[in-house]
Design a protein around this ligand. Structure first.
Ligand code: GTP
Ligand code: ZN
Length: 199
């Protein structure tokens, strides 16, 4: 439970605390926090970090529920090529790529923009790609209760590119399937329809 009354108050208090910690980090790495180019950096970095982790303050299920419409359409709906930016929980470095999402309605469809919105809600947290994939999958499955849902994510991890193993071209693919997508024909139809977008 947050000790703060509202989001604005929370953001002000937290930004200040995070700012102080960035200031110490900049000092510890041997830089001069007072030099002109860096004076406002702790505050900028704090605001950037809070933006990139704002998903903790957001409720993906509520976002979906806000735009569910009764409709008889019961063929596959695919939103592909949704760009995503997240932070790996091991190094707090970015991983980024694309999500491809499909569902088969079961009496309700959802406003199309809500699908990329919930991708952002789960991506703007400290994540591993596998959990990000399942968070999105389970949220759509539990909230919309479709006949099936599929999520494929392809991403490049800066922690593997800039440091560590230093592989610039590797792409990691994760996927999850529920309901009718557990049947091989439905899954293959989805994979065929997104194939031109896959790496
Ligand atoms: N499964 C999974 N692993 C990830 C993800 N992001 C980063 N990693 C990995 O997390 C692992 C952390 O391993 P450690 O050995 O503790 O960290 P490390 O010494 O920095 O590892 P190296 O990067 O191999 O130098 C590394 O293998 C990373 O590649 C992710 O989204 N999913
Ligand atoms: Zn990492």
């Amino acid at each position: 439970m947050s000790p703060y009354q509202n989001l604005e108050e929370y953001n002000l208090e937290i930004t200040d605390e995070v700012k102080e910690r960035y200031s110490s980090i900049i000092d510890e790495i041997g830089e001069d926090v007072e030099r002109e180019g860096l004076v406002k950096t702790p505050e900028r970095a704090a605001k950037a970090m809070l933006f990139l982790t704002q998903g903790y303050q957001q409720d993906a299920a509520e976002i979906l529920k806000g735009a569910m419409f009764k409709e008889d359409y019961d063929d596959m709906v695919i939103v592909k090529g949704i760009e995503l930016y997240s932070l790996c929980e091991h190094h707090m470095l970015p991983f980024f790529g694309k999500a491809h999402i499909a569902y088969i309605p079961n009496g309700h469809i959802v406003g199309l923009s809500k699908i990329p919105r919930i991708v952002d809600v789960f991506a703007r947290r400290l994540q591993v790609q596998e959990r990000l994939t399942h968070d999105i999958l389970e949220c759509i499955n539990d909230t919309l209760k479709p006949k099936g849902v599929a999520v494929v994510i392809e991403a490049s991890h800066m922690c593997m590119m800039m440091r560590g193993v230093q592989k610039q071209n590797s792409v990691t693919t994760t996927s999850g399937f529920r309901g009718q997508f557990e049947k091989i024909e439905t899954r293959n139809e989805f994979l065929k329809l997104i194939s031109s977008d896959l790496a």
